[in-house]
Design a protein around this ligand. Structure first.
Ligand code: SF4
Length: 314
């Protein structure tokens, strides 16, 4: 999640925009195959987290106003872009001294409490990057950086942008690994990598796109310099794809129900949780407006006191 948001405003007239009734994403006709559900990991994740949030983000038009940009998203975007641009440099110019310029060149300053916090975040991010590139093997080129991969199943037309796709040599020969950078405060473990539907879908798509096995998925947590990895089996990848297809079917059913006249609030129910305080649509949501919102820089107050980065394990 690395996107900035416009300044929040109440919905016009205090009413949430209505879904695009009669325009579900998928329409089937008797005797004709259903159209595929076009999706990204974010889209599937939004519905799995909260159907109402999905509706606000992807169905209602005009969409309800989002809250202000989050500083932690700005930080994540800045770090991801710096790493992307690191790999765009010729290999002989990938030196730690280049990082400050790369980070500064595409720094996103939205959401911070003040200049002091933003400067501290910049220093923190630079420290993460310096430690991280120190662990990278010189001369090893990824197969893809911020690479879009896409695949179709009988239900889904999936596409997503992987942070990095590495070409490696496994016991059985050439294979791929999906690498996802993380900049949040919490450390991550193998269960996070194993349970990530996004990583599994990237792996599934990458092996189709590049016609090479791709079972390895890794979360590279820059604040701690740790790598949480998991080796999928064909069966576990298939399970994740099946779960994504189930979610897609649920979404299509909800959209059809609205198109057929059902109450959109019932078709896309709220699922209040701790996440509501961080939800971009909290002010437009009847459940979310009952909970206290977080300041846009709230996550930074923990991030900036996190322990210093240390090198990733071999
Ligand atoms: S505020 Fe909570 S219940 Fe409302 S859309 Fe956001 S996550 Fe869902």
């Amino acid at each position: 999640m690395r996107r900035s948001s416009p300044t929040p405003r109440p919905a016009a007239g205090g009413r949430a925009p209505r879904p695009r009734a009669g325009q579900p994403e998928q329409l089937g006709f008797d005797g004709m195959p259903e159209r595929l559900f076009v999706c990204t990991p974010s889209k599937l994740g939004a519905y799995a987290d909260c159907p109402r949030r999905y509706r606000y983000a992807y169905v209602d038009r005009p969409a309800p106003p989002k809250g202000p940009p989050w500083a932690h998203n700005s930080l994540g975007t800045s770090v991801h872009t710096a790493l992307k641009n690191w790999y765009a440099l010729p290999a002989d110019r990938r030196r730690p001294e280049a990082l400050a310029g790369l980070l500064k060149g595409t720094w996103v300053g939205d959401g911070y409490r003040d200049d002091e916090q933003e400067r501290a975040a910049f220093r923190q991010a630079l420290g993460w990057l310096e430690s991280y590139v120190d662990t990278l093997e010189p001369g090893v080129e990824p197969l893809g950086v911020e690479r879009v991969v896409a695949v179709k199943t009988s239900v889904l037309a999936f596409n997503g942008r992987a942070d990095r796709i590495d070409a490696r040599t496994g016991e059985a020969g050439p294979e791929l690994a999906i690498v996802d950078y993380k900049t949040g405060r919490s450390g991550l473990d193998a269960d996070d990598a194993r349970g990530s539907q996004a990583l599994a879908l990237y792996a599934y798509a990458a092996q189709r796109v590049f016609r090479r096995p791709c079972h390895r998925v890794e979360l590279h947590h820059l604040p701690t310099g740790t790598v949480a990895g998991h080796d999928h089996t064909p069966e576990s990848l298939a399970r994740q794809v099946a779960r994504a297809e189930d979610t897609a079917r649920d979404i299509m059913a909800a959209e059809r129900a609205v198109a057929d006249g059902s109450d959109p609030d019932e078709a896309f129910p709220t699922t209040p949780s701790q996440r509501c305080g961080w939800c971009d649509y909290r002010r437009s949501c009847p459940a979310g407006s009952q909970v206290a919102g977080r300041e846009p820089w709230a996550a930074m107050e923990n991030t900036l006191t996190a322990p210093p980065a240390r090198p990733a394990p071999e």
